[in-house]
Design a protein around this ligand. Structure first.
Ligand SMILES: [Zn+2]
Length: 401
């Protein structure tokens, strides 16, 4: 629907570079100008655009007049003629469910949006609110950012429109309601969000995180291996995110497992190509390359085999923009001390701890056997189990594919 605006840009070669950045704005104006007049009193949506940025779905809406955000219902009943709302309706191709994301509400109207899922006759299947950001760059514009996964909008093709009512309906007919686009549904392809990198690869050397927050990082070394899927299953069941310091040659053997680690929200990190002691910069660089090639993710963390560090290892990691990460709790699981012993060490972790375990490099059924109970003990004491990057206050960088 924004093609007319883009077409004009393409034809105007002389100014193309200078105004390319305003393409979105022009599209807004074009859409606004072509919007049909709606009954007096209503302030219909006159332009809208969906896009993805990082992990977020970004919804830009312009309206023909200013609308008070707090006067809108976040979970409107569309069968009620007095309902006031401004919502994005999305339907995934081949599905019957309409997901209606509505802004407003008296409390937290800039930090939460309503998500109501209905069928076409407005029968409600589910209703909740999710965290979001609702901003007003101008009086007649809203910019909403939300996590599509939280709104239960998986990747795929969608049809969508903005629906709006000011609640002055005479009856339950559509006389006071408007939508944008007015006469058809727009289309959007929700892309897959991928973790592509992280912040924090600054050459530092750490063995634990801040002690002031009840967070602990479980780490798994030497995989991926045939045991990794069992580890992933337990982590998922307990809603835990972890860091996997993996060996390049094993990533080449198990590229699909490496991608699965990442897809489940865990972090991949560098543990050299072949687990050789005191690796040089070239080895570490090649391992980063193997991880990136298999998964699309560029790691920020490095763990030297055996935890053996000297100034050469640290500078090799720094040269590759990695942080070197050891641990303050060693389960010694590679020595096969029994699940009870591994469990005791996991349980001894405290705020900021980094716990060393192994998902590869040998038989790991003792590690797998201790993992669920270890997680449950820490969680029952109020600890959140996070990736090392999260523990250290660093961020994962996401990008739509
Ligand atoms: Zn190792």
């Amino acid at each position: 629907m924004f093609n007319p605006g883009r077409q004009q840009l393409r034809e105007d070669h002389g100014h193309r570079l200078a105004i390319a950045g305003f393409a979105g704005l022009l599209a807004f104006v074009t859409a606004f100008a072509s919007s049909p007049a709606i009954g007096a009193g209503n302030a219909p949506a006159s332009g809208a655009k969906l896009s993805q940025s990082g992990k977020s779905l970004v919804v830009q809406i312009s309206t023909s007049r200013q609308i008070a955000l707090t006067g809108l219902s976040r979970q409107p009943d569309l069968n009620q003629p007095k309902s006031k709302y401004l919502c994005l309706e999305m339907t995934r191709r081949g599905k019957q469910v309409i997901s209606r994301i509505c802004i407003g509400g008296r409390k937290n109207s800039r930090h939460r949006v309503g998500v109501t899922r209905t069928n076409k006759a407005n029968r409600v299947f589910s209703k909740n609110t999710i965290a979001a950001s609702v901003k007003r760059p101008s009086k007649r514009e809203f910019v909403i950012k939300l996590d599509p996964a939280a709104a239960r909008l998986p990747h795929g093709q969608y049809s969508w429109r903005i629906v709006r009512s000011d609640g002055d309906c005479k009856n339950d007919s559509t006389d006071c309601r408007s939508s944008f686009p007015a006469r058809h549904l727009a289309r959007y392809r929700m892309r897959v969000i991928e973790a592509v990198g992280c912040t924090g690869g600054n050459g530092e050397f750490v063995t634990h995180g801040p002690r002031g927050r009840k967070q602990i990082a479980l780490t798994f070394d030497d995989g991926p291996s045939a045991y990794t899927p069992q580890v992933l299953h337990i982590l998922k069941a307990h809603k835990v995110k972890s860091t996997f310091f993996e060996v390049g040659q094993e990533i080449q053997r198990y590229p699909a497992t490496s991608r699965r680690i990442l897809a489940q929200g865990h972090e991949l990190a560098n543990h050299t190509m072949h687990h050789g002691l005191y690796p040089g910069a070239a080895d570490i660089r090649q391992t980063n390359h193997v991880i990136k090639k298999a998964t699309g993710f560029r790691p920020c963390l490095f763990r030297p085999p055996g935890g053996a560090v000297n100034s050469g290892v640290l500078s090799a990691a720094r040269a590759n923009k990695l942080k070197t990460v050891n641990w303050d709790r060693d389960t010694n699981d590679w020595k096969l001390p029994g699940s009870g012993s591994i469990l005791n060490t996991i349980s001894s972790a405290r705020s900021g701890s980094i716990v060393l375990m192994h998902d590869g490099g040998g038989p790991r059924s003792q590690t797998v056997g201790a993992l669920a109970a270890g997680i449950e003990r820490l969680q029952s004491r109020g600890y959140k189990l996070v990736t090392v990057s999260r523990l250290l206050g660093n961020k994962t960088i996401y990008r739509p594919r």
